[in-house]
Ligand binder design. Structure first.
Ligand SMILES: [Ca+2]
Ligand SMILES: [Ca+2]
Ligand SMILES: [Ca+2]
Length: 195
């Protein structure tokens, strides 16, 4: 799965005190911070796999942050990179049919590519082409290709999920403005939170 963090976040099941960490937080305070940081719907589902959550968030920190922590810009970078990935992938799908390389995809060009594909893929290609050809003139211009790719990117990483990712900064328990591996440790080493 390309984008697992939010899914794990939604099933996150651990809260706790910062035993064994340097964070001098009482259970109540930690609980309050977590309750503030996590959407109520998500909080009510907190019975998942804490280790999986930690792994995904650690990957986010190590992959898109620096020096073991991630700030707001790092999270924005992640969101932008994910969307760029999906945009590029979608653009490529149509550009493979641009046989004369002029940047426009005609229905005729698409049919040549489609003829080389499996029956199932052929059907998809035709439907995708029709959906992307917003003005219905039988040609995918650059504007239509971009609009189509942008729509796909926003489907793959919608604003609601981007907000959840930004909300991870609420788990910055020592409030230094960055979500660190130490913040994460503090969450995971604690006892269960009684609410
Ligand atoms: Ca062309
Ligand atoms: Ca068109
Ligand atoms: Ca921090």
């Amino acid at each position: 799965m390309r984008y697992p963090i939010v899914a794990v976040f939604a099933f996150w099941g651990v809260t706790g005190v910062a035993q064994g960490s340097d964070l001098p937080l009482a259970m109540d305070e930690l609980g309050d911070r977590i309750a503030d940081a996590v959407a109520p719907d998500t909080l009510s589902k907190l019975e998942g796999d804490p280790q999986a959550f930690a792994k995904e968030v650690a990957e986010l920190i190590l992959g898109y942050g620096h020096d073991g922590s991630i700030g707001a810009q790092g999270i924005e970078n992640f969101i932008a990179l994910e969307r760029a990935y999906w945009r590029a992938r979608e653009l490529r799908r149509f550009l493979l049919a641009d046989l004369d390389g002029d940047g426009d995809i005609t229905a005729g060009e698409m049919s040549v590519l489609a003829a080389t594909q499996s029956a199932r893929q052929r059907g998809k290609s035709v439907l995708n082409f029709r959906a992307a050809d917003r003005d219905g003139d039988g040609v995918l211009g650059w504007g239509e290709q971009r609009a189509n790719a942008e729509a796909l990117a926003k489907t793959k990483l919608p604003e609601s999920e981007a907000e959840l990712l930004r909300g991870l900064l609420g788990l910055d328990l020592d409030r230094d403005g960055r979500l660190s591996l130490e913040d994460l440790d503090a969450l995971l080493t604690g006892a269960s939170l009684s609410r």
